[in-house]
Design a protein around this ligand. Sequence first.
Ligand code: ZN
Length: 213
Amino acid sequence: MTLSFRSELNSAEVSLSTQNQPKITDEEMMQAVRTLLLGLGENPDREGLKDTPKRVVKALQFLTKGYHESLDELLNGAVFTEDANEMVLVRDIDIFSSCEHHILPILGRAHVAYIPNGKVIGLSKIARICEMYARRLQLQERLTLQIADALQGLLKPQGVAVVVEASHMCMVMRGVQKPGSWTVTSAMRGVFAEDARTREEFMNLIRHNANFH
Ligand SMILES: [Zn+2]
């Protein structure tokens, strides 16, 4: 297990501005995939590869569709006033992301907890927030912070805790080739950052293995 904590990444903000860049068509993207195939020594006109450029472009667009989603749209008003102040935890949220260095899969799970301060959010929306940020080209550290900051901003809770455990295919399949290596990243806000007992309670809850599915 590799533990990664990057203190220099204080802000999850990342510039996604493409305003000054020309609009790229699907056709141009398909041409680029065709060029890649040629560069790899393949024959893009053989039967099995004929539709590959189209399929690759469609797959990449799906895997990065989070660029075209926003918190506002996704929540659609699903924040409610509620006099609750016990920890809410959603664990084992599947993460399917892509690393921004190699565009290879990052597969893992997220565990997200918060302690409300007058506002709660639909539980399924927590998974949707994770998905929106995961479906972009990512760094695991940034993904973790973005999920925490989104909940912090939306709910102004007493605290937020996010732990992401993931395996990076760029490490598993190439480079250091370490199958079974996991990277764990965490972001703690409010009481989870300030109070060791609250943090420990959360860590104990996510350590327990759920066995009912
Ligand atoms: Zn990578």
